[in-house]
Design a protein around this ligand. Structure first.
Ligand code: ADP
Ligand code: MG
Length: 146
């Protein structure tokens, strides 16, 4: 478990993770509304050289960042309720040369890639969050990010 004291700590951890992201990676961000998923994704995008505002991709569901050192699709599946809609998003196309950051990955059910890094954010007392990671083999040497 990693305790994150304030939004800057969440963002910084995302920025550190960005350095070890590779094409084909999937980062699944679990946690309730307001847990800090978008804040973490913002940190990753800043770590890859993005300098603008990072919006929450609730609508549209997919926000592509194609001009980065590693192209990223930032996805929020909160409003997805069947696998038909999921197929239309063609998320696997992002993995051909890029990586995925997915909020509400539980909406994918069994379709979530086995090699996804699973990060869960939860409130931890006043103004802090606790982050826990579930590591597939592809991430064992890359977590925690330095
Ligand atoms: P989500 O995408 O999970 O709904 P957001 O990333 O939009 O959540 O964050 C919700 C709120 O939580 C924001 O105000 C953000 O600044 C705050 N936040 C993020 N990380 C932390 C943290 N470690 N401690 C306290 N507040 C945080
Ligand atoms: Mg969000």
């Amino acid at each position: 478990m990693i305790r994150l004291e304030g939004p800057e700590a969440t963002e910084r951890l995302g920025t550190r993770l960005a350095r070890s992201l590779r094409p084909g990676d999937v980062v699944a961000l679990y946690g309730d509304l307001g847990a800090g998923k978008t804040t973490f994704a913002r940190g990753v995008l800043y770590g890859l050289g993005f300098e603008g505002d990072v919006a929450s991709p609730t609508f549209p569901i997919v926000l592509p960042y194609d001009d980065l050192t590693l192209p990223i699709w930032h996805v929020d599946l909160y409003r997805i309720d069947d696998t038909q809609e999921l197929e239309e998003l063609a998320l696997d196309e992002a993995l051909d040369g890029g990586a995925l950051l997915i909020e509400w990955p539980e909406r994918m059910g069994d379709l979530l890639w086995r090699h996804a890094l699973r990060l869960s954010l939860a409130r931890d007392g006043e103004g802090a969050r606790a982050l826990t990671a579930e590591l597939p083999p592809a991430w064992e040497t890359r977590w925690p990010p330095r």
